[in-house]
Design a protein around this ligand. Structure first.
Ligand SMILES: [Ca+2]
Length: 505
């Protein structure tokens, strides 16, 4: 069922040719509104099946375009995921380095940089490339590449200059040392710690008595709306590539109180997993678990995460309202996504850097003028496909080195065939995990030559990945694993011990 090997290259070449042949004149190029949330898992989104968390605006966007059921990040961690999709290349250790990616990959041409070179006005507000200082304190160190943007703004506010709400943290004594912030904090709670491998961090929440616009995401929505107004009738004739990088639901879970009021923590449901769930999972695959967390803390964490999802969703809605008001739908491509997912206690995990569905899978909704509306595509997509897709839709030629392949055929016909899997990598300490995702299966290897474990899950029969079939595979599954291993050997070039620098959040 896979038949992927040659098709990846063939498809990319065919699409590149098609993009050149179909290139419209520059004046008719579409605008791009690129919306990305931070750490937003599909499992919290209404149109992806969540019945509790309120995401009416993301759901509304989905009804206007194509929602991809099997979209995956290429590395479930902020810094390397963003470096990778913005470069359009499959990541290795260099993509998690602390500095600008261009310093380590000099021939890179980034997605917004490519649009800018091709006559677009480009702007970002918020987090597109990674922004450091999650827990290291101020000042902010942005990793935005200067060649990418005509306008480049963090989107910070007085109460949250860097966007991670670190001033509201009680570690180490952040909030305590800010009496002015204590005054606007209605309720604050330090929940529990999630930990190794990777690193330990605290889950912390604060309900604020402030307006949306005093928070970073509200500010980002207002500023992007302003840019949409200014660029909807540009005097220079340039189409726009506007990127809104919302910060929630990334920790810290800080938002206006009204969003927390939507969720009674007592009513949150915890995952109900088989007692022996962990027995067949390689130990190295499990990360950021919080075994000492009480059920009350777990439920409060889910409620706080949902509050921050709805906060981000509300800001997305403001951009969609601006699209309506400015009548931009006929001239603008909208892409909505997240840099990776997040665990909400599945297999006892809290956070990212896991290759399980909740962490590696991403939301992906695309609304493209003249293309399919209100549909889902079951085809497998990865974030490195964004670059060639947007180029094809905008009629731009492709830079020479891209690893993805356009999904424009699936935007025209969501059921159009596509024999290309998604691949994600992650590093736990010095050990790499490598995974192939098809529409039905996930195959994962840990360590060089799979020395630290192998996993195979059948999502058709086991969507929550409770049974690792690699322990006792059938003959058919053994053959399939061999084929998937060959894909990893060909496409992924990492070795245990490859460590560029401490990885970014
Ligand atoms: Ca992230």
């Amino acid at each position: 069922m896979i038949r992927l090997a040659l098709l990846v290259c063939l498809t990319a070449c065919v699409f590149a040719t098609a993009a050149r042949a179909a290139a419209p004149a520059p004046t008719t190029r579409p605008n791009v509104l690129f919306i990305i949330c931070d750490d937003l898992t599909t499992t919290a989104i209404g149109c992806y099946g969540n019945k509790v968390c309120k995401t009416p605006n993301i759901d509304r966007l989905a009804s206007m375009g194509v929602r991809f059921e099997h979209a995956y990040c290429n590395w479930p961690l902020c810094l390397p995921s963003r470096n990778s999709f913005l470069a359009g290349r499959r990541p290795d250790a260099k993509y998690s380095a602390a500095g600008l990616l261009r310093e380590r990959v000099p021939d890179v041409e980034f997605l917004p940089e490519h649009f800018r070179k091709n006559g677009y006005f480009t702007a970002r507000v918020g987090k597109l490339f990674h922004t450091r200082t999650v827990f290291a304190g101020l000042p902010i160190k942005t990793l935005e590449d200067p060649a990418c943007w005509d306008v480049s703004e963090v989107g910070g506010t007085d109460i949250d200059p860097c966007g991670y709400s670190v001033l509201f943290s009680s570690i180490p004594k952040g909030l305590e040392s800010h009496p002015e912030l204590q005054k606007i904090t209605v309720e604050h709670e330090l929940l529990n710690k999630a930990g190794q491998p990777a690193y330990d961090y605290w889950m912390e929440m604060a309900k604020l008595d402030v307006s949306d616009e005093q928070c970073v995401d509200g500010n980002i929505a207002a500023r992007i709306t302003q840019l949409m107004e200014e660029r909807s009738k540009p005097s220079d004739g340039k189409p726009f590539f506007l990127a809104a990088g919302f910060r929630r639901p990334h920790l810290l879970w800080v938002a206006p109180k009204k969003y927390f009021d939507l969720y009674d923590w007592h009513a949150m449901e915890l995952p109900r997993e088989p007692a022996d769930d962990l027995d067949d999972i390689p130990k190295i695959a499990l990360t950021r678990r919080a075994p000492n967390m009480t059920d009350e803390q777990r439920k409060k964490a889910i409620a706080a995460y949902y509050a921050c999802v709805t906060e981000a969703d509300t800001q997305v809605g403001k951009l969609l309202d601006a699209m309506d008001r400015l009548k931009l739908w006929e001239s603008t491509i909208v892409l909505f996504t997240s840099d990776h997912g997040w665990h909400l206690d599945e297999h006892g995990m809290w956070g990212k850097v896991s290759l399980f569905e909740e962490s590696a899978r991403i939301p992906l909704i695309m609304v493209v003028p003249g293309m399919t509306r209100d549909a889902q595509s079951p085809r497998t997509v990865e974030m490195i496909d964004f670059f060639p897709t947007l180029c094809e839709l905008a009629g731009l030629s492709l830079p020479p080195k891209l690893d993805g392949a356009s999904i424009a055929p699936q935007l025209r016909d969501p059921s159009a065939s596509r024999d290309k899997p998604a691949i994600a990598v992650v590093r736990h300490g010095k050990t790499w995990g490598k995974a192939v995702y098809t529409e039905r299966y996930r195959y994962t290897e840990w360590g060089d030559d799979a020395s630290k474990g192998v996993e195979l899950y059948d999502h058709a029969n086991d969507p929550k990945e409770y049974t690792n079939l690699a322990k006792h595979p059938t003959a058919e599954q053994t053959a399939m694993m061999k084929e998937m291993k060959a894909i990893l050997d060909r496409e992924v070039h990492v070795k245990d011990g490859d460590v560029a620098s401490p990885s970014g959040d």
